[in-house]
Design a binder for this molecule. Sequence first.
Ligand SMILES: O=c1[nH]c(=O)n([C@H]2C[C@H](O)[C@@H](COP(=O)(O)O)O2)cc1CO
Ligand SMILES: [Zn+2]
Length: 165
Amino acid sequence: MTKRADYISWDEYFMGVALLSGKRSKDPSTQVGACIVNQQNKIVGVGYNGLPIGISDDEFPWDKEGDFLNTKYPYVCHAELNAILNNIGINLEGCKIYTALFPCNECSKAIIQSGIKEVVYLSDKHAHKESAIASKKMLQTAGIALRKITPRISEVVLSLDEKDV
Ligand SMILES: O=c1[nH]c(=O)n([C@H]2C[C@H](O)[C@@H](COP(=O)(O)O)O2)cc1CO
Ligand SMILES: [Zn+2]
């Protein structure tokens, strides 16, 4: 027998884990996931956008508009920051972070400080926003590699039906 040819690449695998993590998000508008990988291609942290530990998803707002304190923005912890903070307890120097959305300026500060050296992303749809411009300026100045990936496959389908296992 010859080996399978349609296995997923490392980039597709880690971006897939980032996207799967985003499925845990309670944000009704935007679900983001992130996955941190070390130099041996081992996953060392994952995260998604959500409220900090101990803060109820049901009591805090998910609104995008209105009085700032009644929106999600002051409370939600971004996927990238969560992945950094939730890491398995190692130094992230030299790691890569896979994230569906190009990181904002606040997450980029944490990425730089943590020692992560590469940001791999799928979408840069907020590139025109000042936060994204500031983010890119910081990451580039700090010498972090930025890599937008275009996967060969457009989707990964997972069945949880026992007959498919
Ligand atoms: O990189 C990111 N990572 C991340 O986790 N987020 C989260 C924060 C919010 O829950 C949501 C963005 O809010 P909005 O629906 O207004 O686009 O996505 C947003 C960005 C944008 O850069
Ligand atoms: Zn962010």
